[in-house]
Design a binder for this molecule. Structure first.
Ligand code: NDP
Ligand code: 2IT
Length: 446
């Protein structure tokens, strides 16, 4: 890294001790920015990078709730309102026991540039809690969500901050939180949360959007080499919202998804995933991947000690969580002839694994570009809410597809213009950054 950027990076590390994921996300962006500061030395003089790395506002709060036995539980809630240069803070809420400030800050930082790439008027933010929804009853989840929103509501608003889902937060949790926001404020402010149910202000295609968008992006990458998904073998990691709808779009484009996973293990199904069965187990029963194997004769549980990345494939789509695809996994994928790795999750590939993939000329798409379809469709949900309208599935999907094709083109062309042809990391980081930096410059010292 350029020494001037390295110095700023070291100051970010010193100011934010113990936040390894945040440091990793900042370093990855900074590594792309050397040619930008050469063209724009004013960014260094005006401390643009230091300002972008400092959240505009960070909120940490107590979330007390009562479990089904009547015992009191206390969790910690977060909302990091990172950057509002391009629009209201926008980004999901994650409920997972691994959540702490460093995770929320890495996600919020990524979100700034992702949202910029969508071309839509949304700033960057992220929030969540160390609450673990697994094994909790529906009433416990409801009481937790109500308590969480009882504190968070005062910071939100359709022009201020608009959360959505992420790991552990889907339509059910958004429903509990929207209901509580409405009770407290006495306003039917549809545009304050996205990922809502279709009957109460949600958008068609939002559920599918992240997974579908990731595959549309990967398909655009394949096209640059004269190929498509037709006939390709694919694995997704995870089996949540992003993974399921990535798999669905792969199947629609003629590919075969031969594996998926959850935190308990991975499944190989050489016949191709039965999506109806997987949705039933994951979306309705909230079960485990082992339940799938019990009901599907062609499926096998993967070796313990092995990983989903051992399965030979043409396309790999990490769709679970951060740092789930490491250097060893990348080397196995390369050995087995992988052509494309596109991140449906946020920062699932470790930095050394990304370098190995790029050195091996594997097409690699960073999450801030490839998984932007989710937040982009959230912005389309906000548009529908603002105009008190709702669009049909076909039209909304057309908009999503056009947005993903455009993000691909912007990343591709930005990489070319900075002498890094085919490097989507460089393209996404520079294109995402430049728009935010220009807006901040226009506002004076902010
Ligand atoms: P879900 O909660 O629906 O699913 C998460 C999946 O990943 C589950 O299968 C879960 O398994 C697995 N997983 C989570 N944490 C771990 C872990 N520590 N180790 C192994 N597996 C794990 O979340 P989403 O599908 O919404 O999110 C997945 C990824 O996509 C995240 O990185 C998220 O930030 C990103 N993303 C999501 C968007 C969205 O619109 N939802 C938009 C853009 C990005 P288990 O059930 O066993 O925990
Ligand atoms: O990481 C992400 O982009 C999301 N979890 C979706 C955010 C949103 O506001 O739709």
């Amino acid at each position: 890294m350029d020494p001037k950027l390295e110095a700023v990076f070291q100051s970010v590390v010193a100011r934010n001790p113990g936040e390894a994921e945040f440091h990793q996300a900042v370093r990855e962006v900074f590594e792309s920015l050397e040619p930008v500061i050469q063209r724009h030395p004013e960014y260094l003089e005006s401390k643009m990078l230091e300002r972008i790395c400092e959240p505009e506002r960070q909120i940490i709060f107590r979330v007390p709730w009562q479990d089904d036995r009547g015992d009191v539980q206390v969790n910690r809630g977060f909302r990091v309102e990172f950057n509002s240069a391009l629009g209201p803070y926008k980004g999901g809420l994650r409920f997972h026991p691994s959540v702490y400030l460093g995770v929320i800050k890495f996600l919020g930082f990524e979100q700034i540039f992702k949202n910029s790439l969508t071309g839509l008027p949304i700033g960057g933010g992220k929030g969540g809690s160390d609450f673990d929804p697994r094994g909790k009853s529906e009433s416990e989840v409801m009481r937790f969500c109500q308590s969480f929103m009882t504190e968070l509501y005062r910071h939100l608003g359709e022009y201020t901050d608009v959360p959505a889902g992420d790991i552990g937060v889907g339509g059910r949790e958004i429903g509990f939180m929207f209901g509580q926001y409405k009770r407290i404020t006495n306003r039917y402010e549809s545009g304050v949360l996205t990922g809502k149910g279709i009957a109460w202000g949600g958008s068609l295609v939002r559920t599918e959007a992240t997974g579908y968008g990731t595959v549309v992006f990967a398909n655009e990458m394949l096209k640059t080499r004269g190929e498509t998904f037709d006939g390709k073998r694919v694995v997704v990691s995870g089996s949540g919202n992003v993974a399921i709808y990535a798999a669905e779009k792969v199947a629609q484009l003629g590919g075969t998804v031969v594996g998926f996973s959850d935190s308990g293990g991975f499944v190989v199904d050489e016949k191709g995933i039965n999506l109806d069965l997987l949705k039933q187990i994951k979306e309705v029963e909230r079960g485990r991947v082992s339940d799938y194997v019990e009901r599907r004769p062609s499926a096998k549980l993967g070796n313990s000690g092995g990983s989903i990345w051992d399965v030979p494939v043409d396309v790999a789509l990490p769709c679970a969580t951060q740092n789930e695809l490491n250097l060893g996994n990348a080397q196995t994928l390369i050995k087995n002839g992988v052509q494309v790795v596109a991140e449906g999750a946020n920062m699932p590939t470790t930095p050394d694994a990304i370098h190995a993939l790029r050195d091996a000329k594997v097409l690699f798409a960073p999450g801030k570009a490839a998984n932007a379809g989710g937040v982009a469709t959230s912005a389309l949900e906000m548009q529908q809410n603002a105009s008190r309208d709702s669009w049909d599935f076909e039209y909304t999907e057309e908009r999503l597809t056009a947005i993903m094709e455009n993000i691909h083109e912007v990343c591709y062309e930005t990489a070319e213009s900075y002498d890094a042809p085919g490097d989507y990391v460089v393209g996404a980081n520079i294109a995402g950054f430049e728009k935010v930096a220009k807006a901040m410059q226009a506002f004076g010292l902010v």
